[in-house]
Design a protein around this ligand. Structure first.
Ligand code: SF4
Length: 421
């Protein structure tokens, strides 16, 4: 069954670069990045984390290259990694050169602490010879002191100027294989800096709110910055910088892109109603059970858990699959059509079994094999519940009447709260 698609924005066209096998910019899908938290010298530990990040949705993974052992670790990690590896370099030009020797697919340089033009040109020349792209990774917290002084702080203009200066050194040696980030932990500053960067450069932009902190606040901050820009068509690759297991970063990045329709759904999207006076089950508990049972099965479906059959199947008709509760039964529906009615204690089990069958057989085949009596049984449950709870299951009208009564009395007898007595 075909469904209309809506796109969030026309993406601003940038030049395209390649980080190993992953294209960034141009018409390439927005990619997800994350960074390992292990010591890069710990090859097996780092590879385990890289595999976990790739499974959670990371297209590109960055590892620090801060010491000789890290560079040696990269040489062993790169050939065994399932995704391209970018080396993160601060302060030490020799670490950038060693990372290139190790065969990394990309470099990240911080112009705030790698400042000598001749060293920057040297790295750019080496990267150019090897066809390795570089990210100019400006960060508000480590802005070049001269720029801080000149612009009176870490302003959007100062962050963009830092990237422009670094880019000019690259251009002197004919190197344009570059992506740019102008990160800040302050979300409005980050948004303004990227808007300015997108007007200034045609190079791909790597979006991120730096040091966003632990979830849930960190997730909200990062999403506020990244999603705002993506919705304006700005951004070619993203990273959530969370104080958490980096797997959460990769998962969040992937989920954001899927929810904005910028990447194909490859995992579960569980939606659930907020519950109300009509709910026939504990929606929070059942939604959690469904999430736990379905997560990790690689099911690329939107699955709905709805508290009642009166409104549930209709409100969630866009979901691929869902279940709604009513009169101790679960009404299983596919794209809004009731296909089966099961006992309440088998709701989650039925949801999982149907999700597996949809993945194996397809939506249309599962719709075709709907129980003949399901729609009729569902209609009976809906009717019975409607008669039992009426149109106003949340008793809103009673509350409205009470408010009116209090206000009428207050107007008749003066405006003080004593009028309620
Ligand atoms: S009306 Fe039903 S589906 Fe909608 S919020 Fe209430 S319980 Fe959930």
């Amino acid at each position: 069954m075909a469904r209309a698609t809506v796109s969030v924005a026309t993406r601003r066209r940038t030049r395209q670069i390649r980080v190993g096998s992953v294209a960034v910019g141009g018409d390439a899908p927005v990619s997800v990045q994350s960074m390992t938290t292990t010591k890069t010298a710990d090859v097996e530990g780092t590879l385990r984390q890289i595999y976990a990040l790739a499974a959670a949705g990371a297209d590109i993974v960055r590892c620090t290259c801060n010491e000789r052992e890290a560079a040696e670790g990269l040489a062993r990690i790169v050939p065994r990694s399932p995704v391209p590896i970018v080396a993160d370099v601060h302060f030490h030009v020799e670490m950038a050169l060693a990372a290139l020797d190790a065969g990394v697919h990309g470099l990240r340089l911080n112009p705030g602490n790698l400042r000598k033009p001749e060293e920057i040109r040297l790295v750019a020349r080496e990267a150019k010879d090897r066809g390795v792209p570089i990210r100019i990774g400006v960060n508000s917290g480590s802005l070049h002191p001269e720029l801080y002084e000149r612009f009176g702080g870490a302003t959007p203009e100062a962050l963009v100027e830092s990237a422009r200066m670094e880019l000019s050194y690259f251009q002197e040696v004919g190197f344009e294989d570059v992506k740019i980030s102008v990160k800040a932990s302050n979300v409005p500053l980050m948004i303004q800096a990227y808007r300015l960067a997108s007007e200034t450069f045609d190079h791909p932009l790597h979006l991120g709110v730096t040091e966003a902190g632990p979830p849930p606040a960190g997730l909200v901050k990062a999403t506020a910055g990244i999603a705002t820009l993506l919705a304006e068509g700005i951004g070619d690759t993203i990273r959530y910088s969370l104080t958490a297991d980096p797997v959460e970063e990769a998962r969040a990045g992937r989920q954001l892109l899927e929810s904005l329709g910028l990447r194909e759904r490859r995992g579960l999207d569980l939606v659930a109603c907020p519950s109300c006076g009509r709910a026939e089950i504990d929606v929070i508990r059942v939604a959690k059970e469904a999430q736990a049972a379905l997560e990790g099965r690689g099911i690329p479906l939107q699955v709905a858990v709805m508290g009642c059959v009166v409104n549930g199947p209709g409100e969630a008709r866009e979901a691929d699959l869902g279940i709604a509760a009513g009169r101790h039964r679960g009404h299983l529906f596919i794209r809004g059509k009731i296909v089966r009615v099961v006992p309440e204690d088998q709701m989650v089990e039925a949801l999982v079994a149907e999700a597996d069958r949809i993945v194996a057989e397809g939506i249309d085949a599962r719709l075709a094999s709907a129980d003949a009596s399901a729609e009729r049984e569902a209609a009976e449950d809906r009717k019975a519940l409607f008669e039992q709870k009426g149109a106003d299951a949340n008793d809103s009208e009673k509350v409205v009447m009470r408010i009116r009564k209090h206000l009428d009395r207050a107007q008749e007898g003066g405006d003080g709260p004593g009028a309620r007595a």
